[in-house]
Write a protein that binds this ligand. Structure first.
Ligand SMILES: O=c1ccn([C@@H]2O[C@H](COP(=O)(O)OP(=O)(O)O[C@H]3O[C@H](CO)[C@@H](O)[C@H](O)[C@H]3O)[C@@H](O)[C@H]2O)c(=O)[nH]1
Length: 472
């Protein structure tokens, strides 16, 4: 039978919960819709403790069908705040995802006019690949971090069989990880991999193995940024094909459109308007980066001593939101002329403001891509997850950032001292790192070229669409 020329193809995305996975995934889904009208998209969302659904964000995108997974039979297990806690909760949602997809097929799809072409999963929603297998549709992964970090995921089966002891006892050991030119010290791999006999380790291994079994991995990175990693994966036929489609960013600030932040956002932007070009140090540590009060004090003292202007988004570990209780007494008053301390901030708008000259960042991948896009050099301060690997990539492999000394924390009591904060900030702001600034400027232009007609990421998106439609 001849296929109708207007045939459409449905993609079901299942991202991990939380702004840093949901938003880049949905923004990419929107890119697909804008690129090819034969596609339509459903996104399954999960409402979990550290990943609110962001309804003002999803409401702003009527062209995408969002289905919130609900639990008609039993409430979800209480979530432990750990990788295994997140993965167990995602696994719990597997039957609910299956039900939602089956219902979608029965009520909204029709094999003659619109068929399910693929599931697009996330690095931590890999249990859902079983549903693709049952339905006979391919599973792809949308990987929200660096190509280099994907290298560690793909390497997990080998890592597991070759590393026999707990790395915890040999953190200076050098490891060969695909995607990295240099060997990587064990201390830079996610700490969940330091001890083999743990649930966190088991989930990392599971997800890594299953990512390697998919049809293709779509990465939020671009060829000119990570050519080494991308080429090395593409030349290894045992890996899935890697499509580099980034940087995928929420430049419209849709995820920060929540009305409760409007006033604060306006105050921040007005304050930035009054500062000279490239004079402000911006500190922000992602959606979940928090510090003990002792560490907050060291940062405050370091900033004060540096004499630099700053905009500091700070949150405490104990959940305290009273900023004046967190920072040392008198700090806000003493630095009022040149500093602003706040909670949640509109990060993309801030990085895009010409007054920002340095970004002290935890090296979450979205933050990195945003800073590259706006050409703001990073002073690296990774905290958890794969952020130390990202920092290693930026500093040692790409020459794109300056390293803040002292961030490797082996014990809970380790602190980055005020002296190191002061020294790091001065190095970036007082012209010691011109090579890094030049490199960032170069990559800024390349990130923009990647998304222009004929650019490397646009070509990769087109290839992906053809492969999805042809069921390759
Ligand atoms: O006050 C804030 C804090 C964050 N953001 C935004 O929130 C996102 C944060 O994402 P990211 O920089 O990737 O940090 P995390 O939230 O920590 O991201 C998690 O997910 C990333 C992508 O997989 C990983 O690289 C990180 O290690 C992991 O912690 C970015 O778009 C920021 O612009 C704001 O707008 N305002």
């Amino acid at each position: 039978m001849k296929e109708s020329t207007t045939k459409k193809y449905e993609l079901v995305f299942i991202p991990s919960p939380g702004i840093s996975h949901l938003v880049p995934t949905v923004e990419f889904a929107k890119t697909l819709l804008d690129t090819d009208h034969r596609l339509s998209v459903t996104v399954l969302t999960m409402n979990v403790p550290y990943g609110p659904i962001l309804s003002s964000y999803t409401d702003s995108l009527p062209e995408i069908r969002f289905i919130e997974l609900i639990q008609p039979d039993s409430p979800p297990p209480e979530m432990k705040i750990s990788l295994s806690g997140l993965c167990e909760l995602i696994d719990y949602y597997k039957p609910h995802s299956r039900r939602a997809i089956t219902q979608l097929i029965a009520t909204e799809l029709d094999p003659n006019s619109i068929s399910l072409a693929a599931l697009v999963l996330d690095m931590f929603t890999m249990p859902m690949a079983d549903i693709g297998g049952e339905l006979g549709v391919p599973s792809y992964v949308y990987y929200t971090s660096a190509a280099a970090a994907l290298g560690l995921f793909l390497h997990m089966p080998v890592f597991d069989s070759t590393i026999e002891t707990d790395l915890e006892n040999e953190l200076t050991r050098e490891l060969e990880i695909p995607g990295f030119k240099n060997s990587v010290p064990a201390i830079a791999v996610p700490s969940v991999l330091w001890t083999k006999n743990s649930d966190d380790y088991a989930w990392y291994l599971y997800n890594g193995r299953r990512v390697g079994e998919t049809k293709g991995v779509i990465i939020n990175s671009f060829y000119d940024l990570e050519a080494y990693a991308i080429d090395s994966f593409r030349s290894n036929s045992s890996y899935p094909y890697v499509y580099s489609v980034g940087p995928v960013l929420d430049l419209a600030g849709r995820a920060n459109s929540d009305k409760s932040h409007t006033q604060q956002n306006e105050n921040i932007m007005k304050w930035l308007d009054k500062q000279p070009a490239r004079s402000v140090v911006f500190l922000c540590f992602g959606s979940r980066g928090t510090f003990d009060v002792d560490q907050v004090k060291e940062i405050a003292n370091g900033l004060e001593r540096s004499g630099q202007r700053f905009l500091w988004s700070v949150r405490a570990k104990d959940g305290s939101t009273r900023l004046d209780e967190l920072v040392p007494e008198g700090f806000v008053e003493r630095t009022a002329e040149r500093g602003m301390v706040c909670g949640w901030v509109p990060q993309v708008a801030i990085l895009g403001h010409g007054s920002v000259g340095c970004f002290v960042s935890h090296c979450g991948w979205n933050s990195i891509l945003e800073s590259v896009w706006f050409g703001v050099p990073i002073l690296t301060w990774p905290l958890y997850a794969e952020q130390h690997l990202n920092a290693f990539l930026l500093v040692k492999e790409l020459g794109l950032s300056v390293e803040l000394k002292g961030y490797y924390r082996v014990s809970e009591d380790d602190l980055v001292t005020a002296e190191e904060v002061e020294r790091g900030v001065r190095r970036v702001m007082e012209g010691e790192c011109e090579e890094v600034r030049k490199r960032v400027e170069e990559l800024k232009e390349k990130s923009r070229s990647a998304l222009k007609e004929g650019g490397c990421s646009v070509r990769s998106v087109k290839r992906l669409i053809e492969d999805l439609i042809q069921g390759k």
